[in-house]
Design a protein around this ligand. Structure first.
Ligand code: PMV
Length: 330
């Protein structure tokens, strides 16, 4: 028997964004949103989403407010239906979310967004889920969101089960274990053109490189785990750049082609290569958008940010350290 609460049930959560070092692209199950390959990421303290979920009896439909503007709630409703189903709850909800960075421009707003939504919605609905269950729930909203449940360095397993219950993220290293910095170079403030779920579906169907992408994923993960265990920053950076460029070769060989880079993206990549040639250990990575994220050690972060800030086409830079996992604020 489903229940409707007589009064508002509310909870607020914060989640940080994350940047994949070994990238995920492609699903082995679209319905359950199970990734075809595993991934390893860094959670960033500088980019976060705060989300309040309020289940309210009598509300006719879910409302989604992003930075104070009412926006399309389709994906939010689909996600909340999972929570309502587990909690035996009928009430619709008001979801109010704010990002402290541009939304949907390749800065992983879906990662922090669905991680914050998973934590807030499950708490508001009265579910008590452990971190693994929350990660699996967040994954249903967006693959990268499963990783934002945790701080520091995080691995999301592709798993092999058809129900997806072994496809969850877990921490590899806590944020304090290895201080790393990411300098985000923002080369475009607008929304990206092709959403990642649509893009990865097209890559799987049309790119001749897709089978090789899936086949080589496990080797990349194993090499990255080793680089992290040995705190080998050069190895970590080389592997991250390789995974990034392999992903973009896959995207560009998709039909129609997924070209997420702009001129500023290319200029920022070259600036990173020049800095490296001058002796500064810094490596780039880029997701499904035009922003460039430069990985470096804390002692080089301000120099890297200054250099990237001078690049034509870079609007602003933001330095971020490793952040903590998603958590309730109330
Ligand atoms: O989880 P989604 O749908 O936001 O897709 C993430 C895709 C990449 O950001 C390009 C790679 C990754 O692993 O985060």
């Amino acid at each position: 028997m489903n229940q409707a609460f007589g009064e508002d049930r509310t909870a607020t959560a914060r989640a940080h964004s994350n940047i994949a070092l070994i990238k995920y692209w492609g699903k082995r199950d679209a319905e359950l949103n199970i990734p075809a390959v595993g991934s390893i990421s860094l959670t960033l303290d500088g980019l976060s989403t705060d989300t309040r979920v309020t289940f309210r009896a009598g509300l006719q439909q879910d409302e989604f407010w992003l930075a104070g503007n009412r926006v399309d709630a389709t994906r939010v409703t689909r996600f909340l239906d999972l929570v309502r189903g587990s909690a035996g709850l009928d009430s619709r909800a008001v979801v109010e979310s704010t990002n402290n960075f541009p939304t949907a421009a390749g800065l992983a707003s879906s990662a922090s967004g669905f991680a914050a939504l998973a934590v807030a919605a499950s708490a508001a609905a009265g579910l008590s889920l452990d971190d693994r269950q929350l990660s699996i729930l967040a994954r249903r909203g967006s693959g990268s969101a499963a990783r934002s449940l945790f701080g520091g360095l995080v691995e999301l397993h592709a798993g092999t089960r058809s129900d997806g219950l072994d496809s969850f993220a877990e921490p590899v290293l806590p944020p304090e274990a290895w201080p790393l910095n990411v300098v985000v170079a923002i080369t475009e403030l607008g929304q990206k053109s092709v959403n990642s779920t649509v893009g990865m579906g097209e890559s799987a169907l049309t790119s001749p490189f897709y089978p090789a992408w899936v086949e080589t994923g496990e080797n990349d993960l194993a090499a990255m785990r080793l680089a992290i265990a040995n705190r080998n920053f050069e190895q970590l950076g080389q592997l991250a750049e390789h995974s990034c460029l392999k992903l973009h070769a896959l995207m560009m060989s998709t039909r129609p082609a997924l070209v997420y880079w702009n001129a500023g993206t290319m200029a920022a990549m070259h600036s990173v290569l020049e800095l490296r040639a001058s002796g500064i250990p810094v490596y780039f990575t880029i997701d499904a958008g035009p922003q460039v994220k430069a990985l470096c050690l804390p002692e080089h972060a301000s120099g890297v940010a200054d250099a990237l800030g001078r690049v034509v086409g870079v609007h602003e830079t933001k330095v971020s350290a490793l952040g903590s996992g998603a958590h309730l604020l109330s």
